[in-house]
Design a binder for this molecule. Structure first.
Ligand code: MYA
Length: 483
């Protein structure tokens, strides 16, 4: 939880459940642990917190689909995951690479996995307005909620089209499950293709997202069938690795990131229960504390245009080279992901006023949440920090041979510039009516979250690889942002 005056409640912790009484003991011991932790250096605190969360000791944690706060499942209790090519909870990774060999095409199962007889598979045509609306309805009522069932993700239909139709998208990876008798859409899972670098290996992978089972059909083991089906369909395309994120602990995270939140509309955040007025704090002071300038300050900042794509692609891939888990963007990916789309994503570049070169860029996307059972507000408008790159003094950095020293020097060299850019991102987010700006502590986000009054939330996001064994990655070396 935040040590600031406003304790922010995370609203996007994929897979969390409501706390139960038995959690409270866990929460108490976690609270004592937190007190002890407060004396440790900041980086040690962060690592221990992540570890604590992985061990499901942290207050309100729900680990690996066991209910909130219960002891994490042993490998043997993961009836499904123990059969899959993933790193085991207690495994020490020494060699990097595939866990299972690629399967020859003629040995891949040719027919879909059977579903219980009441259900049938149904590919969703995301380009069809009626079908994308059905998907929107399923997700808006059944997708990820916070622990206390106060907020639920409300991805817009336009957002879903953006997220599911990137370059190379495949309809066979937009997999729905319908009730056979009335054709109602009751479950979904999706994949999109992406080149991913993990440490030094580059692989074409599938990014799995939007796994959702209707609330009334939970705990019937539908999810494992859906995961097996998307795996089969991925194998058929010649891809054997996947990346995915979840709030729940499964075998086994290769990185864990924490959510940070920056209030933009503190009054609404308090009214919705997202934040709380701290002791001795007044609403007027809170509003003053989070007030931003009305205009941006970086000279040459403007909306990204199609003509900027080649330069942004170079900037993006150069910046990403400092990360240990990163997407590799071709120009067509940059065009798709980073140019503004109304109500979905905002992309900006900095054009040097003299040389007209693009020196930096940043982006954020809109992911509102439904505010459940609140008489004042029905939607929380959240912006999420997406990709960015900031200019670095390359010549100076090249002179430093020690990797650790170089990394430190790089961070110090970009801190001020990044803070200024992100302050502008916050101002643009206010201009676009967002209530809060969220960021994980991945990329170089820790360089600006503290300076720009972000508070740590209680949500963590775990990163997983399917059929790829690798060393763990620190949160500030995660360069992949999943929607
Ligand atoms: S993360 C977002 C997930 N969605 C939500 O949280 C929305 C709300 N919740 C639901 O809709 C349901 O609770 C879901 C589970 C659908 C999550 N990832 O059917 P069940 C395991 C992976 O009885 P249900 C996202 O979209 C659980 O440990 N596994 O459970 C990324 C247990 O297995 P085991 C999960 O609650 C998804 C089994 O499912 C998750 O009715 C990445 C229970 O099944 C989870 N988030 O449904 C998917 N939650 O017994 C993996 C629970 O072993 C992709 N479980 O513990 C892998 C790569 C595939 C491609 C490979 C290609 C090469």
């Amino acid at each position: 939880m935040s040590g600031k005056d406003t304790n922010t409640t995370n609203n996007n912790n994929k897979g969390k459940g409501k706390s139960t009484d038995s959690d409270k003991n866990v929460a108490l011991s976690a609270a004592r642990f937190e007190q002890e932790l407060a004396n440790a250096p900041a980086d040690v605190q962060e690592k221990l917190r992540a570890l604590l969360q992985q061990m499901a000791l942290s207050a309100g944690d729900s680990s690996g689909s066991s209910s909130a706060g219960k002891a994490p499942k042993s490998m043997d209790e993961h009836k499904f995951w123990k059969t899959q090519p993933v790193v085991k909870h207690d495994e020490v990774v020494e060699d990097e690479g595939a866990i299972e060999q690629d399967i020859p095409h003629d040995q891949i199962r040719a027919t879909p996995y059977p579903l219980p007889k009441e259900f049938e598979w149904s590919l969703i045509d995301v380009q069809d307005e009626k079908e994308v609306k059905e998907l929107y309805e399923l997700l808006t009522h059944n997708y990820v909620e916070d622990d206390d069932a106060m907020f639920r993700f409300d991805y817009s239909a336009e957002f879903l089209k953006w997220a599911l139709l990137p370059p190379g998208w495949k309809k066979s990876w937009h997999i729905g499950v319908r009730v056979a008798s009335n054709k109602k859409l009751v479950a979904f899972i999706s994949g999109i293709p992406q080149d991913i670098r993990v440490h030094n290996s580059v692989k074409r992978m599938v990014e799995i997202n939007f796994l959702c089972v209707h609330k009334k059909l939970r705990s019937k083991r539908l999810a494992p069938v859906m995961i097996k089906e998307v795996t089969r369909r991925t194998h058929l395309e010649g891809i054997f690795q996947a990346v995915y994120t979840a709030g729940v602990v499964l075998p086994k995270p290769m990185a864990t990131c924490r959510y940070f939140h920056r209030s933009l509309n503190p009054k609404k955040l308090v009214e919705t229960g997202f934040s709380h007025l701290g002791k001795g704090m007044t609403m007027a002071r809170l509003i003053k504390m989070y007030k931003l300038n009305s205009a941006t300050s970086t000279p040459g900042l403007r909306a990204m245009e199609d003509k900027d794509v080649p330069e942004v692609a170079v900037l993006m891939n150069k910046y990403m080279s400092t990360m240990e888990l990163a997407p590799i963007f071709q120009e067509e990916d940059v065009r798709h992901w980073l140019i503004s789309r109304p109500g979905v994503v905002w992309g900006y570049v900095v054009e040097d006023p003299e040389s007209h070169k693009i020196t930096d860029f940043f982006s954020f996307y809109a992911l509102p949440s439904t505010v459940i059972n609140n008489s004042l507000h029905s939607t929380l408008n959240a912006a999420y920090c997406f990709y960015y790159a900031v200019q670095t003094p390359d010549e100076e950095l090249e002179k430093i041979t020690d990797a650790e020293k170089k990394n430190k020097a790089r961070k110090e060299a970009i801190r001020e510039r990044l803070c200024r850019l992100m302050n502008d991102a916050l101002i643009l987010a206010v201009q676009n009516n967002f209530d809060v700006f969220n960021a994980l502590n991945l990329l170089d986000n820790d360089l600006f979250t503290e300076n720009l009054s972000f508070g740590p939330g209680d949500g963590y996001l775990h990163f997983y690889l399917y059929n790829w064994r690798c060393r763990d990655v620190n949160s500030d070396k995660v360069g992949l942002v999943m929607l």
